[in-house]
Design a protein around this ligand. Sequence first.
Ligand code: NAP
Length: 246
Amino acid sequence: MLNGKIAVVTGGSRGIGRAICLKLAELGADVAFTFAGNEAAAAEAEAACRALGVRVLAVKADVGSAEAVSAFFAQVLETFGRVDILVNNAGITRDGLALRMKEEDFDRVIETNLKGTFLCMKAAARPMMKQRSGRIINLASVVALRGNAGQANYCASKAGVIGMTKAMARELGGRGITVNAVAPGYIETDMTAGLPEDVKASMAASIPLGRMGRPEDVAGAVAFLAGDDAAYVTGQVLCVDGGMAM
Ligand code: NAP
């Protein structure tokens, strides 16, 4: 159970982030989450968490902006007084073959997925170090391990997240803070909704468990890493991919 814990989830309004907020709330944690601009989805996710009986704070904040991240964490600390769990989930894709990829599409993906994760870890590490405890869970992807044509920017950002997870696990371990990554395979969310049906079918056929993943599959792994049972696990990458990347 996570009663009394304060969880911060970036990109909590939709998809995997929303499922993570709900799972952590179901386990008793109060939840603060960011979103990029979809106010309706954020309001719906906020209400769904609140219905589970926990306190919720939803803030529009771009994780790629140092100013926005620092203002968001100030608001979290003012509201809840501490940060026990940080889940760096906010992420975007701007796909295209490398030779045709625009520089701005490369930069935007790195800024959101990699720099955003760095900025939030830095902001959360301060209160966690004072508390001498904390759990940080970063969303990577199996494509960081396998590569994926058309996603040079995204693969680079997620491989960076894995390297940074291990570096921070070493830096923060002495203060009782664990830092791990979860690497989802293909999960049914808005991010993958645009894929053609035949591509989805051939993908599902290549996955040992024979189906795409659900946001709840990822939320369960995150909840494990956020809970007491994972107290001695740090610097790890947990693939939640139906066996795709083994
Ligand atoms: P999604 O459905 O597209 O949702 C993305 C979430 O992130 C939304 O809540 C969005 O807010 C928020 N967001 C986007 N940019 C942001 C920014 N700059 N600042 C703050 N919040 C931002 O994505 P998803 O499929 O759930 O993916 C979640 C994470 O899992 C990502 O890191 C993704 O790379 C990773 N992942 C996904 C899959 C997959 O198959 N779906 C596979 C591997 C890894 P708005 O609602 O306001 O837009």
